[in-house]
Design a protein around this ligand. Sequence first.
Ligand SMILES: [Zn+2]
Length: 172
Amino acid sequence: MEPQSNPHLHSDIQPPEIHRIWQCLHQIADPELPALSITDLGMIRAVTPLQNGWQVTLTPTYSGCPATEYLIETIQETLAQAGFSAVHIDVSLSPAWTTDWINADARQRLRGSGIAPPQGLVCEKTANIEPIACPYCGSHATEKISEFGSTACKALYRCRDCLEPFDYFKCI
Ligand SMILES: [Zn+2]
């Protein structure tokens, strides 16, 4: 499945503040995946002007993640520092966030930080699942060690070629 493109890359958005807000949001790292920003993960669904401020629509990666409160505060602090004070964060849980929203560039950086990116919902739910590629050496000779890695969102794998353990970001 093709990862959804980042809406802020389409630069014909008006008014110009919207673009600046997207740029600020792009600086906010995900607390669980510091290699990625919240816009890389596709968590920001929309930035819209209100009569007296701005609305940021946020879809958290996992409804159970304690990171949501932290993210709301961080978004408000970051935008306040950039001069956007009246910011309303709209938490949108439907449609639910999916790993398919992670953009292609972010998948590369996940690999660079030693985490195998999610393959996509379709392949994970079919029986003939592609073997997960090792993010270090690219080998497909990998095995799952544990359903849960460093966080519940990841599974722990090991590469049989380079023998490195690595996290696989599970599809949801
Ligand atoms: Zn390897």
